[in-house]
Design a protein around this ligand. Sequence first.
Ligand SMILES: [Zn+2]
Length: 135
Amino acid sequence: MTHLPLITPETRHFWEGAGRGELLLQQCGDCGHVYFPPRPFCPRCASKNVKVFAASGRATLYSYVINHRPPPGWPKEPFSIAIVALAEGPKMVSNIVECPQTPDALALDMPLTVTFKKLSDEIFVPVFRPAERAS
Ligand SMILES: [Zn+2]
């Protein structure tokens, strides 16, 4: 279980939200900055007047690399390590799922939707899948 993220007092609300299928972000009540990862004060102005809210889950693919050498215990197929830009502004490191892990399939700026991958009873990590395109 060495790959599990550590739950700390500062991140507990985030993991509890993920367990409910919510991607929680924080917003500063003083300067309006929206940020991730969770911390008890605003990284821009250091205000402690911050609130937690559930993000829309919409994002676009900002950047990625394809890892051809998964760590021990992971599936042997190549997998993407992606940076996604959330609709609310913050970027986060994640994985793209339900999509071939190839440069042809992983187009920069492609629309994505958050989904959650269960790693343990407490840990559901946010990953992203291609969004259904409105037609
Ligand atoms: Zn602020």
